[in-house]
Design a protein around this ligand. Structure first.
Ligand SMILES: *Cc1c(COP(=O)(O)O)cnc(C)c1O
Length: 466
């Protein structure tokens, strides 16, 4: 056989279309999707044959059955949702790759009614005139944070950009060298500043910045002092950072606004729940920070959004900045954000209903109880694995509370007939992908981020594998 002969033995599109299996397939999958996949299949094999060495070609046979199976598989998977729910067994609560904060089940109705129906997104019901999409959340944000005014954009990176562009375009911003951080997903403070048109003046050193460093750098071109909450790492040892309070005093004395990028939008005192205290938005506002920015989908536990709170005068200026239009949030986000913030009005409700807060504050006893439940389910299933309940630590993730180690219970699994790496991969390929980590040649399932409703899926996945 030579290449030409093999190429001519590849079936044509019409030949495939006449195959009974493909005809059956077209009862489930639209014809144009099937045809597209047939063409792809033919093209792939043509390319493969053309790049083969003559020697390989001699013994090469095209198996029509395999081609048909390939077309069926690809056509069916084309119809399935690519973006779908997975089971987070990593114990990382705010897992950036797995979509960060989970929305509360209790706000489904609020979101869906706005999404599937017309809404008063930009209509003032009282006057019948045009309203502002931001108005829906401004009052509750003011109530929860104590701020004078608020504005919401797409994410916190956009919030910082909008603030800097409004306050400091073509002017200077003073920031400590120890706070020129990179947050996951390529948000680098110096780069955002450059894009916003603000000129960065970094003061101090990596480990120490003093108040006089800021004072000395202030000149007639200084537009603001910026404090970035180094949310994803801590410098330990011989260090010094200027207190926000002192920074605000310097700002006031020099009539220069102070901006704080808090990163995570914490609205509750985590210390009350046995965690490390994380500076809250209210604290920053109460100290007199002129503008504070934070994320909607980190510790706040809402949808992806960037929230800006601060003096009305500044917020008004931001609203006029054309970037606000480019960064504007959509109605789905608005509905989810408003409904999440409403949960904050009742403390018990908030901890129980906001998944991020519930997972972070779940007691070890409760996690252990759930671990035993899953463990027993796995034992009953008679699966060919070794598993045991172990102590471990979960992480907050999402660049928040980097030093917090949350004691947890995990189920450590060893399959008798495959490596931990293979088991990890098989679970990842499950119908509902199960994302777990490996430690000491064992697969670790951290109960903190696994919902009870997911236990059965895990059992079934493991049963199918063994
Ligand atoms: C996470 C973070 C950001 C970026 O927020 P996004 O909502 O992810 O855009 C900016 N600044 C700090 C300090 C952060 O921690």
């Amino acid at each position: 056989m030579n290449k030409k002969m093999i190429l001519s033995s590849l079936p044509s599109v019409d030949e495939f279309l006449n195959n009974s299996l493909i005809k059956n397939l077209m009862k489930e999958v639209p014809r144009k999707v099937v045809i597209e996949n047939i063409r792809h299949c033919i093209q792939n094999h043509r390319t493969k044959i053309l790049t083969m060495k003559e020697k390989q070609v001699e013994s090469y046979v095209i198996e029509h059955e395999l081609l048909i199976q390939e077309i069926i598989k690809k056509s069916k998977s084309f119809l399935e949702m690519n973006l779908k729910e997975v089971i987070n067994a990593t114990g990382v609560v705010l897992h950036t790759n797995l979509g960060r904060a989970l929305l509360s089940d209790s706000i489904k109705e609020e979101i869906w009614s706005v999404a599937s129906g017309y809404s008063n997104l930009e209509l003032n019901i009282h006057t019948g005139k045009r309203g502002s999409r931001y108005s829906h959340v401004v009052d509750i944000i003011k109530f929860l944070t104590g701020a004078e005014d608020a504005l919401v954009v797409n994410n916190n990176a956009a919030a910082v950009m909008l603030v800097l562009s409004t306050v400091a375009k073509d002017k200077e911003i003073i920031v400590s060298r120890g706070q020129l951080v990179e947050i996951g997903g390529s948000f680098r403070v110096p780069d955002v500043m450059e894009q916003s048109g603000a000129k960065l003046v970094d003061v101090g050193t990596t480990n120490k910045t003093h108040l006089w460093d800021y004072e000395e750098a202030i000149g007639e071109n200084t537009a603001a002092l910026l404090k970035v909450h180094t949310s994803n790492y801590k410098i330990l040892g011989f260090t010094e950072e200027v207190d926000l309070k002192d920074l605000i005093n310097v700002g006031k004395r020099n009539n220069i606004p102070v901006i704080e990028d808090l990163g995570s939008g914490v609205l509750i005192d985590f210390k009350k729940y046995g965690l490390i205290h994380e500076p809250t938005v209210q604290e920053s506002v109460a100290l007199g920070t002129d503008i504070v920015t934070f994320s909607g989908d980190k510790l706040l536990g809402g949808p992806q959004a960037g929230i800006i709170v601060g003096n009305k005068e500044w917020i008004d200026k931001m609203k006029k900045n054309p970037l606000t239009r480019a960064f504007r949030i959509d109605k789905l986000t608005m509905a989810a954000l408003e409904a999440t913030l409403k949960l904050y009005l009742d403390e018990d409700e908030m901890i129980n209903k906001i998944p991020t807060l519930r997972m972070l504050t779940e007691t070890l006893e409760s996690i252990e109880e759930r671990a035993k439940e899953l463990y027993n389910l796995l034992l009953d299933a008679n699966i060919d694995i070794n598993c045991k309940i172990k102590d471990d630590f979960s992480q907050v993730g999402g660049g928040s509370l980097p030093l917090e180690k949350l004691p947890t219970k995990v189920i450590a699994i060893q399959a008798k007939c495959m490596s931990a790496a293979k088991l990890e991969q098989k679970l990842r390929y499950n119908r509902v992908p199960i994302i777990a980590r490996i430690q000491d040649e064992q697969l670790i399932l951290d109960l903190r981020t696994i919902k009870n409703q997911q236990f059965n899926e895990i059992k079934e996945a493991l049963t199918d594998i063994s």
